[in-house]
Design a protein around this ligand. Structure first.
Ligand SMILES: [Zn+2]
Length: 373
């Protein structure tokens, strides 16, 4: 009878802990680190078409994205390359990992033997179809130019058409965030620039497999399409693409900050706490009201969420000269335990449960020594 709520509670703590682990840097005082990866370079020019060279165009767009982000003090930009040099795929991810970056953005151009056109943004995953596999395979081919690729990319067989790179465990954790960023990028391409939407896709890109943070690979467009190739090779086209990408990165950071409001730690959402409360067994103490005491202060604060790190259901009372502020109000001891955990994650690390009977504060230990009804 008592095991179930405990188990759910333990699971819940597990969720909180893993969220804290997954989310990188929601602390708004630290810069948000973005690794910009210009595809190819040096002996690997990527795709060529009638004088257009993928590695040059990708680098140009990448540097422009970086220049925009660097103007914003919220961001720190790291490049995998800033000049026309060869960097192997393995090293690109390693650069991002060493920097403990918040995002990895790889920028490329596409090619096809048709007049196909449009922009698409990939997150790591299984090749959903042959076309996605072809795109990934072409981008992965560069490993043939690397020494010891068999060692660096264990398990990848580029000769096999079925060969794919599955999700690494960490990329699976970051998939939602990667998809969010990819969606923001595609939205800008389509709505601001009127590029043809080839949508957000999944495929097995080795370069995305190496990083342990939310990561996307952008195919900005087709060099082989007459109009699009010229656009991507133009200053205007590169500026447009760069500002769309930079804007999306900024929106992504904002969304993430909003999701955690001004909490000091990345926390689960209000919906998730409610869901956990709903699925937890009740443990009712009749005639008792539990609350989570957040803080005591000589200052009177409006009991509004913005004064309490986004927490709702705030009440207060005055005891002697101090105002005491409480979160939650319930006769269910299991529920208040969850609410306490939530309050602690939201930035009240020393909050604790208090009990009231007939409006008077009573000792919690005395209440708990009675059996619940
Ligand atoms: Zn490429």
């Amino acid at each position: 009878m008592r095991t179930k709520p405990l188990l759910i509670f333990v699971l819940f703590i597990g969720i909180l802990t893993s969220y804290a682990f997954i989310s990188h840097n929601n602390d708004t005082t630290n810069p948000f680190v973005v690794v910009l990866d210009a595809g190819h370079g040096g002996k690997d020019g990527g795709k060529y078409h009638k004088g257009l060279k993928e590695s040059d165009i990708a680098l140009s767009i990448t540097l422009k994205v970086g220049a925009i982000l660097e103007k914003d003090p919220n961001f720190k930009v790291i490049y995998t390359r800033k000049t026309d040099v060869f960097v192997n795929l393995f090293e690109r991810g390693a650069i991002a990992n060493r920097a403990d970056a918040d995002l990895f953005v790889s920028i490329h151009c596409n090619a096809h033997n048709s007049q196909a056109h449009g922009a698409e943004t990939f997150v790591l995953g299984l090749h959903a179809n042959e076309r996605n596999m072809e795109v990934a395979k072409k981008e992965n081919e560069v490993i043939f130019l690397e020494d010891n690729y068999e060692e660096n990319y264990a398990g990848y067989d580029p000769d096999s058409p079925e060969s794919f790179i599955g999700l690494s465990i960490l990329q699976a954790e970051y998939l939602d965030q990667s998809i969010m960023l990819a969606g923001l990028i595609q939205n800008n391409f389509v709505n601001k620039l009127k590029r043809k939407d080839r949508s957000v896709k999944q495929a097995g890109f080795i370069v995305l497999h190496q990083s342990y943070m939310p990561s996307v690979l952008i195919e900005t467009g087709f060099l082989t399409n007459k109009k699009e190739g010229a656009y991507l090779n133009s200053k205007k086209g590169q500026n447009d693409m760069a500002s769309s990408i930079a804007d999306a990165v900024k929106s992504y950071r904002k969304n993430l900050a909003l999701a955690t409001s001004d909490a000091q730690n990345p926390v689960i959402t209000q919906d998730e706490i409610e869901e956990a409360i709903e699925s937890t067994e009740e443990k009712i103490y009749e005639g008792v009201i539990f609350k989570v005491q957040l803080a005591a202060s000589s200052r009177k604060l409006e009991p509004k969420p913005y004064n309490f790190k986004g927490l709702e259901e705030i009440t207060w009372n005055k005891e002697d000269t101090l105002y005491k502020y409480y979160y939650g109000e319930t006769s269910d001891y299991n529920k208040i335990q969850l609410m306490k955990t939530y309050a602690r994650e939201k930035g009240y690390p020393s909050s604790y449960v208090v009990a009231f009977r007939n409006g008077e504060k009573v000792k919690l230990a005395d209440v708990l020594s009675d059996e619940p009804q």
